[in-house]
Design a protein around this ligand. Sequence first.
Ligand SMILES: NC(=O)C1=CN([C@@H]2O[C@H](COP(=O)(O)OP(=O)(O)OC[C@H]3O[C@@H](n4cnc5c(N)ncnc54)[C@H](OP(=O)(O)O)[C@@H]3O)[C@@H](O)[C@H]2O)C=CC1
Ligand SMILES: O=C(O)C1=N[C@H](C(=O)O)C[C@H](O)C1
Length: 242
Amino acid sequence: MTSIGILGNEGRMGRAIAAAIKEAKATHAGGIGSAGDPRGLAEKCDVLIDFTAPAALPANLAAAQDAGRAIVIGTTGLTADDHGRIDAAAERIAVLQTGNTSLGIVMLCALVRQAAASLGSDWDVEIAEMHHRMKVDAPSGTALMLGEAAAAGHGDTLDAVRTPAREGHTGARKTGTIGFSALRGGTVAGDHMVVFAGEGERIELAHRAEDRMIFARGAVRAALWLSRQAPGRYTMNQVLGM
Ligand SMILES: NC(=O)C1=CN([C@@H]2O[C@H](COP(=O)(O)OP(=O)(O)OC[C@H]3O[C@@H](n4cnc5c(N)ncnc54)[C@H](OP(=O)(O)O)[C@@H]3O)[C@@H](O)[C@H]2O)C=CC1
Ligand SMILES: O=C(O)C1=N[C@H](C(=O)O)C[C@H](O)C1
C-alpha cells in the first residue's frame, strides 16, 4: 500500500490530509512541522505531500529528490524562482504543484478559459476571492490560476495583463487587463469568483469551498497517482483525466 508523508502535518491542511489518508485507506507514514527533518520523512514514505510555506520549499524539494520520492506541492505564494526549482526537481522526480487540488477548481479553470476565449478581451475580467483570517498570501494561488486561465483564453500570459491591486487615483481600466481583489475574514475555506463584465451585462463564474477536506482528498488522490509516475511535472488535470 502506498505510504504518504505529510510536510506541514500540524497545519490546517496537514490535519485534513491525515483524515483524507485514513478515508482513502492509504498508509500514513508520518509527518513533520517547521522543526522537523524532511529528509527523515522522505526516507520512510513512498510519496510526500507539502502544504507548508514558500520558505520550506527548497529543503522539501531537496529531501524528495535525494530520496527519489514523488512530491505533491500545494503551498501557495510561490515565486518565479520557486517554480524554477520545481522545474529542476521534475527532471529527477515526479512533481505536481497546484494552487488548488479540488475537482471544482479544475473544472472552473476550464470554464474560465473557454469563456474568455469566446467572449474576447472586450469583456473585462476581474477575479475576487475570500479566505479565512489566517491566510498569509494574496492573491490566492487559485485566483492566480484562474487569472492564468482567463489570460490563456485571450491568448495572453497573466504576467503581461495582470493589474496591480487598485488604490487611489488609478485612472480608467485598460482593455484586456485582469484585476484581483482579496478579502480576508472569519473561517472561509476558500471562495473564488471570476467576473466577465460586458456592455450592460455580466457573467459570474464562482466556486465555494465549504470544507478544506475537498483540498485534502484531492491532494491524497494526486499523491497516490503521482507515486506511480515517471519523473516530470504534472497537473491536476492529468490526475483527474480531464
Ligand atoms: N493547493 C491547495 O489546494 C491548497 C493550498 N493551501 C496552501 O497550503 C499552505 C498551508 O496552508 P495551511 O495548512 O492553512 O497553513 P498552516 O499555517 O495551518 O500550516 C502550515 C504548516 O506548515 C509548517 N510550516 C510553516 N512554515 C514552515 C517552514 N518555514 N518550514 C517548514 N514548515 C513550515 C507549519 O509548521 P508548524 O506547525 O511547526 O508551525 C504548519 O505545519 C498555504 O500555502 C496555503 O495557501 C491551502 C489549502 C488548499
Ligand atoms: O490558504 C488557504 O486556505 C487556501 N489556499 C489556496 C489558495 O491560495 O488558493 C487554496 C484554497 O483556496 C485555500
